[in-house]
Design a protein around this ligand. Structure first.
Ligand SMILES: NC(=O)c1ccc[n+]([C@@H]2O[C@H](COP(=O)([O-])OP(=O)(O)OC[C@H]3O[C@@H](n4cnc5c(N)ncnc54)[C@H](OP(=O)(O)O)[C@@H]3O)[C@@H](O)[C@H]2O)c1
Length: 330
């Protein structure tokens, strides 16, 4: 079986490449990346060097072209822009890059396209969780680009099975987005945006990879859209306290009124150093920080596939920290 995985130098793509290389049923893993050197260096640090199953090719969205590869059996599209100061960059890579991928893929593969809960927006007021049938109300350029990407996939109407998979916050080894959290809990004061508790869905990267593998092994056709999530809902303070606990740190959690963080997010427009320290704090992505509930209903995906998340938050954050330590980042 030949599998194409985009975004292999990223957090989720790399998790999937490592998973595919371990899978005895996979004969070739094709990884189109912007920087083959970066991927080789990353894989070497994971203890994978020159695996004969791995074919690395240099390619950049949205201009990439996969016709020359011949037919593939599976594809997982992870490449995307998550944080940018340019609306245009979100749409060029996330929308046009996906359109071009589907236009140039050959064979009748089973395909998973990574979307995000940001495409749908937060949990609607009064609901316990956001269902896939609720109206979509993205808050950020990122979310809007992911929603447009989903529409573009529907318009392309591929004649092979394709899953648009909306993931919540993904945690696990290799996730750069939690680095500021682990750095913060090393100090004595931990700043939490907002006075009230916020609640989130989450998933570990290994469970996400398992869910994707489970769907790829199935037989049904058609175009599907689904949420995937761990069954437990976590709060912002629980996330901070768990990160501190696995780091062996103690401190004071300081909830700050959102108005202060809005000011910092706004300032990041003029002071690039803030954006460099916390890339997620662009004025655009910061809009996603304010709602109190980002909980999605992952049950239909579990019922359809039999997949169940297994990781705990504590174990996932402990493994994430171990990875940061190995990389010398904390
Ligand atoms: N992480 C989460 O919590 C989360 C949650 C929900 C959904 N998702 C979705 O999951 C997917 C993967 O996310 P991630 O966390 O792995 O992101 P990531 O770590 O930022 O990785 C993004 C990947 O996309 C590649 N990329 C960016 N622009 C590209 C371009 N123009 N051409 C080719 N490749 C490009 C990056 O390559 P370079 O290394 O060259 O930059 C990198 O390999 C994304 O579609 C994201 O929207 C993520």
């Amino acid at each position: 079986m030949r599998i194409l995985i985009t975004g292999a130098t990223g957090f989720i793509g790399r998790t999937l490449v490592l998973r595919a290389l371990r899978d005895g049923g996979v004969s070739e893993v094709i990884a189109p990346v912007r920087s083959p050197e970066k991927l080789r260096a990353q894989l070497a640090r994971e203890g994978v060097a020159d695996d004969p199953k791995l074919r690395i090719m240099e390619a950049e969205a949205p201009d990439w072209d996969f016709r020359g590869l011949g037919p593939v059996d599976r594809a997982v599209h992870c490449a995307g822009v998550l944080f940018s100061r340019s609306r245009d960059q979100y749409f060029r890579v996330n929308v046009e890059g996906t359109e071009r991928l589907l236009q140039t893929l050959r064979g009748r593969p089973r395909v998973v396209v990574l979307s995000s809960q940001s495409a749908g927006g937060p949990t609607p007021p009064g609901a316990d969780s956001k269902k896939i049938t609720h109206p979509d109300r993205p808050l950020s350029w990122y979310g809007a680009s992911k929603l447009r990407m989903e529409l573009a996939v529907r318009e392309a109407a591929p004649d092979y099975p394709l899953l648009l998979l909306r993931a919540p916050m993904v945690l696990g080894p290799g996730d750069q987005a939690t680095l500021p959290l682990f750095r913060m809990v090393r100090g004595k004061i931990w700043i939490k945006p907002g006075l009230r508790a916020k609640h989130f869905s989450w998933i570990s990267s290994d469970d996400l990879a398992d869910g994707i593998w489970t769907w790829l092994a199935r037989g049904e056709g058609g175009l599907q859209t689904a949420h995937i999530a761990a069954p437990d809902v976590i709060s912002d303070s629980q996330l901070m306290r768990t990160a501190a606990r696995v780091s062996g740190r103690r401190g004071l959690l300081l909830p700050l009124p959102q108005v202060f963080l809005r000011a910092v997010a706004l300032a990041s427009r003029f002071l690039p150093v803030i954006g460099e320290k916390v890339p997620s704090l662009t004025p655009d992505r910061a809009r996603e920080i304010w709602p109190g509930r980002w909980v999605i209903d992952g049950e239909p995906f579990s019922a359809m596939t039999g997949w169940r998340a297994r990781a705990t938050l504590e174990n996932t954050l402990a493994r994430t920290l171990a990875w940061f330590r190995r990389e010398g980042l904390v």
